[in-house]
Design a binder for this molecule. Structure first.
Ligand code: NAD
Ligand code: DAU
Length: 354
């Protein structure tokens, strides 16, 4: 007999946010069996989960969500009670160089999971949940004023955000058409440990460490709303357990920063931590060609989540950023491992051509 109360599938659990979520669930819910399904792309790394890999309520399965037959087989075998779906191609710049990859992973992959869940749950939907993790980028780009709310019309503008928007629509379609119990959350930019150093904050930390140029797109005037990754994981936990079926929840830090201001702040922290004279890191700032279709501003209104479910971010940005810098500086081995090999090729192609 299964000794666990529930078996929950977390897809993309070897990635940045997924690994924080898997860690939270494995430690907080010993009565849940957590199955982490991940293809281990360049962004997926089992070293992110070393501390929990031997826990008896944790299992890793290497699989590609695009492989329809395999996904169906795994659902039959494990009989998951819940799915928290994070697996995706997640980097906007990569979606500009190779959109097709994003269509397969983010759209076809999501449909395969929806079909598999629908199939095994068809006779009993009670206590089942398909939780789809999405992004604020589906809402498009804001001007200087206003916030994204749950009813903001979709207006994705990059292949990445268009593929995520498409997956959100499919999840809602399965709720309305097939009564599949679903919930969706759309979150703003996350930061913290274990983020692949192609994204702004870990990329710049790594470049500063190696005294390499800091490639600022355009004039550095774009604005993002930053949330510490563990606060996102806690929000997912809350929504998984208390969220209402069929609903969407926006998650954000209420913490907007112009890229250049954030980068200067990061430079000051790095100078201090590395005992370099003030201004050393900022001298590495280099303005490069802007990202194609670069969204100007994202800002989330998370009052629905705060008022209905009682969530709020726990960390101030200063504290979170410093914690993040400390993490990358004390996990040199992790950073060196992920930036060897294929990373070098990506970096050359992404930045030399600009
Ligand atoms: P990530 O790129 O760090 O991790 C993605 C994970 O998915 C990796 O482990 C990768 O191996 C896996 N994966 C990719 N394609 C797969 C496939 N075909 N089959 C199985 N596994 C596959 O991404 P992240 O930043 O942790 O984002 C996780 C999710 O959260 C994504 O759905 C993303 O759209 C969403 N999100 C991210 C942010 C952010 O700021 N990073 C914000 C809001 C929403
Ligand atoms: O808003 C949520 C989204 O945040 C997630 O859905 C995505 O998965 C995640 O990657 C992130 O998207 P962004 O495009 O906002 O993140 P990124 O770290 O790539 O870039 C942040 C800002 O910094 C953006 O305005 C582009 C800029 N930038 C980025 C890089 C990599 C630079 O100026 N230079 C760079 O080299």
């Amino acid at each position: 007999m299964n000794k666990f109360k529930k078996t929950i599938l977390i897809t993309g659990g070897a990635g940045f946010i997924g690994s924080h979520l898997v860690r939270l669930f494995v430690n907080k819910y010993p009565k849940y069996k957590i199955v982490n399904l991940d293809k281990l792309t360049y962004a997926g790394n089992l070293a992110n989960l070393k501390d929990i890999e031997n826990n008896s309520n944790y299992e890793f399965v290497k699989a590609d969500i695009v492989d329809e037959d395999l996904i169906q087989k795994l659902f039959d075998e494990y009989g998951f009670d819940g799915v928290i779906h994070l697996a995706a191609e997640s980097h906007v710049d990569r979606s500009i160089s190779n959109p097709t990859e994003f269509i397969y992973a983010n759209i076809v992959g999501t449909v395969n999971l929806l079909n598999a869940a629908r199939f095994i749950w068809q006779d009993n939907l009670k206590n089942k949940l398909f939780y789809h993790i999405s992004t604020d980028e589906v809402y498009g780009s804001l001007g200087e004023k206003g916030f994204f709310v749950e009813t903001t019309p979709y207006d994705p503008r990059s292949p990445y955000s268009a593929s995520k928007a498409s997956s959100d629509h499919l999840v809602r379609a399965y709720y309305h058409t097939f009564k599949l119990p679903v919930v969706i959350s759309n979150c703003s930019n996350n930061y913290g440990g274990y983020q692949f150093p192609e994204k702004l904050i870990p990329l710049f930390i790594n470049n500063i460490k190696h005294k390499k140029p800091l490639p600022v797109y355009g004039k550095g005037e774009n604005i993002r709303d930053w949330l510490y990754v563990e606060d996102h994981a806690k929000a997912i936990d809350l929504i998984y357990h208390k969220g209402n079926i069929g609903e969407t929840y926006n998650i954000g830090g209420n913490n907007e920063w112009k890229n250049l201001e954030l980068i200067k702040k990061l430079c000051r922290i790095m100078d201090k931590k590395l005992n370099r004279p003030e201004g050393t890191s900022a001298n590495l700032i280099t303005y490069v060609k802007d990202r194609a279709g670069h969204d100007l501003r994202y800002a989330i209104d998370s009052s629905k989540l705060q008022n209905e479910l009682g969530w709020k971010p726990s960390l101030q940005f200063e504290e979170g950023l410093e914690k993040t810098v400390d993490w990358y500086l004390s996990n040199e081995q992790w950073l060196d491992n992920v930036t060897s090999g294929a990373y070098q090729k990506y970096y050359k192609e992404q930045y030399v051509k600009r």
